[in-house]
Design a protein. Structure first.
Length: 187
């Protein structure tokens, strides 16, 4: 397994080892001790699976008071995955990173608490898997507008299919401090 740092401190891109031959492939997608060895010492307590169709855009979501770490991977299709640093005192606060995830070149994204997360589906459909460190609590959820002009995220789709709630999230400049994640940057 190869673990790569990104321009957003704490956000990691992971390339699991894939064994492939004429019968197909085998890939270990998670082994706790190996991830702890790589610096990802998180107690994942739940696995989630999302199946979405082409041009669906989900997010940008985050938790406010209870940090939720995620390990995101794809089992079919492809997505453009976007992560925004929302840690108030981070040197990269408000910066985003977009990464293409697909099954042809399997990679995972480790997203620590304090980041916003969203994605859009760039294939006919995609199956997205998350390992998460906290169960979903709707009263602790926050959101950021996917079209925030200050961030200028370069989404690869023109007319996304979205939930109305996701289109109504505020811009980052409109979010008061108490509505940002209560996670602080750790050097």
């Amino acid at each position: 397994m190869i673990v790569k740092e990104t321009k957003l401190p704490g956000l990691l891109l992971i390339e699991p080892e894939k064994f492939q031959d004429n019968r197909g492939f085998f890939m270990e997608t998670y082994q706790h001790s190996r991830y702890v060895e790589a610096g990802i010492d998180v107690n994942f307590i739940q696995d989630d699976h999302s199946h979405s169709l082409k041009d669906v855009l989900k997010g940008i979501h985050f938790t406010i008071t209870i940090p939720q770490a995620k390990l995101v991977s794809i089992s079919s299709g492809s997505i453009f995955d976007v992560v925004v640093d929302l840690r108030k005192d981070s040197p990269t606060f408000g910066e985003w990173l977009g990464i293409n995830l697909n099954m042809d070149t399997p990679r995972q994204l480790f997203i620590p608490g304090g980041f916003g997360h969203g994605y859009c589906v760039t294939s006919e459909y995609a199956d997205i898997h998350y390992k998460v460190s906290q169960t979903y609590n709707p009263s602790d959820e926050g959101g950021l507008n996917w079209q925030d002009p200050d961030m200028a995220i370069k989404w690869p789709i023109k007319n996304p299919v979205m939930k109305e709630r996701d289109t109504a999230f505020p811009f980052l400049s409109e979010l008061p401090n108490e509505k940002l994640p209560s996670v602080y940057f750790k050097a």
